[in-house]
Design a protein around this ligand. Structure first.
Ligand code: ME8
Length: 509
């Protein structure tokens, strides 16, 4: 039976346009999903939009439209970006959908009936911009914007009672919070006594939310609502078979939403009697040309900017760059120079030149037909053995969600093919020994084909083009064994997959 693998992205707020940050998490999730599909796993990949809350209500009011109209407009923008990148998600959930509201309502009622939710009055500092009550210390440190003192009666979830259980769970499950530095951050946070979580907002202050089933004067706090999407989508309460097969999930998030995912979410699940996620992986942050991205600096790498780079070198290259250089474990800077340099080095020089060299020689000496190799020497056997080691390493890295290292590993294998050619020099050898050259070119092409199969999740369009050029009857998106290259078949027409980018153009960009 195939293994199931469930991966999620955050549900993006609909008060901002998609940008490099949201694109990053989603592209990484897409690559992880694709590698798992290649492994033969039964994959469920979820993304979507987080549509309730004060900011949406205010933005809609400002634009003179209804909150639902506002959400529809922004959800479409996210869908457009994902369809531009041809992403392979299985479900796109919006928190305003009835299927989700049903789950939120059910969970709230259950927790209320079981005494996990209580009503209380609280007076304290509230940040309107961030929609949360903050501590006296936070207030004094001026950490939050738009802060005012309010006294309010609300509903609270007894989060504090789960503190010890959560700490024990984190310690007993080394894969639960990743990477290690994020886990330590959460364990550090949990050294302070955990407070109960305010899970309601009075309608007089905020009406755009899911009404509490036990009190019509309140709506649900956005986070309590949004996090539950992760169980709604695979069919919680609706399709037990699919839900039980799919859950638990691997949640990919940014470091900004670590506490909500590693503290609020697991304690909510404990109270609801649902198993906890398999892994919560929090990546780092993109900066742009050495600076924090911000609206005021106007340096957000938005959809238009992303598309302008893609127009120069292809959409896949953006994806590849996200994979290889993205902020998986620490923060990372997006600079145009680094983007085009990586393209030239890894793709134009390493992969692109290799295709040129091998194809040209096979066309020149063997009428474009892949030669039958002779006996393999040590160098040829080494290429085959390294391919097996490379595949095993990629699968091991996949378990750690380490897409950075996967990209380096595979491109490292591509570099080793170039080295093999430099050592064997088929362009010289062909002039004196056409028999031995067959073995060399077969070996190089088998290695190239193998590397292309592993590069597929990082460069799906380009690798699909490569397989059609190779014309060897392969299905892009499947795992290909090194010795699966069929001799005697004619290569297709050669195209430049990765033409060199002229770095001088950067000056005028
Ligand atoms: O937090 N670098 O939504 P959001 C890297 N709705 N990643 C970035 C980034 C950057 N500069 N900027 C954003 C929310 N991200 C909630 C989530 S989930 C139930 C609810 C990515 O639209 C990163 O994944 O603010 C981050 O966690 C996410 O966008 C925040 O998206």
């Amino acid at each position: 039976m195939s293994k199931s693998f469930y991966v999620t992205t955050p549900l993006y707020y609909v008060n901002d346009r998609p940008h490099i940050g949201s694109a990053y998490t989603t592209l990484i999730a897409d690559m992880v999903a694709m590698y798992h599909r290649m492994k033969g796993d039964d994959v469920f990949f979820l993304t979507g939009t987080d549509e309730h809350g004060q900011k949406v209500q205010q933005a809609a009011e400002k634009n003179g439209i209804s909150p639902q109209e506002h959400c529809d407009m922004y959800a479409t923008r996210f869908r457009e970006l994902w369809s531009y990148f041809n992403l392979s998600f299985d479900d796109f959930i919006r928190t305003t959908e009835p299927r989700h509201e049903n789950v939120v309502t059910h969970v709230l009622q259950k927790l209320f009936d079981e005494g996990e939710i209580y009503k209380d009055t609280y007076e304290g500092w509230y940040s309107v911009a961030d929609e949360l009550f903050i501590t006296e210390k936070d207030y004094e440190e001026g950490k939050y914007r738009d802060v005012r003192k309010i006294s309010e009666t609300n509903y609270y979830f007894k989060m504090s009672k789960y503190q010890d259980r959560l700490i024990a769970y984190i310690n007993e499950h080394p894969d639960f919070i990743k990477p290690e530095n994020r886990k330590n951050e959460i364990l550090g946070f949990l050294k302070q006594p955990l407070k109960d979580l305010c899970i309601s907002r009075p309608k007089e202050r905020l009406s755009w939310g899911i009404e509490l089933p036990f009190d019509k004067d309140y709506v649900t706090y956005v986070w309590f609502d949004a996090l539950l999407n992760y169980v709604t989508a695979p069919g919680y309460l609706k399709d037990d078979e699919h839900f039980n097969k799919t859950w638990p999930a691997v949640h990919l998030i940014g470091k900004d939403i670590l506490t909500t995912h590693c503290v609020y979410w697991p304690t909510m699940l404990m109270a609801a009697g649902i198993p906890l996620p398999q892994t919560i992986f929090a990546h780092g942050w993109w900066t742009a040309e050495g600076q924090k991205m911000s609206k005021s600096l106007g340096n957000f790498i938005d959809l238009e900017t992303i598309q302008s780079h893609c127009d120069n070198v292809g959409k896949d290259v953006y994806r590849y760059f996200m994979a290889k250089e993205g902020p998986l474990f620490s923060d990372s800077d997006f600079s145009k120079e680094r983007f085009y340099q990586t393209y030239n080095t890894d793709l134009a020089n390493d992969f692109g030149n290799l295709v040129n060299r091998i194809f040209k020689l096979i066309k020149k000496y063997y009428d474009g037909k892949i030669p039958v190799p002779g006996e393999m020497g040590d160098d040829e056997k080494a290429m085959e053995n390294t391919s097996k080691a490379c595949e095993a390493k990629v699968m091991e890295l996949l378990d750690d969600l380490n897409i950075n290292a996967i990209a380096s590993e595979v491109i490292g294998y591509v570099t080793s093919i170039n080295k093999y050619l430099e050592k064997t020099e088929p362009w010289k050898l062909a002039k004196t020994d056409l028999e031995s050259t067959k073995t060399v070119l077969y070996t190089a092409l088998a290695s190239l084909r193998f590397s292309a199969s592993l590069l597929y999740p990082l460069l799906p369009e380009k690798m699909t083009e490569f397989f059609s050029m190779l014309n060897n009857g392969d299905t892009a998106g499947t795992m290909m064994a090194w010795d699966g290259l069929k001799s005697g078949m004619e290569l297709g027409e050669m195209k430049a997959l990765f033409p060199r980018f002229d770095m001088k153009k950067l000056e005028s960009m």
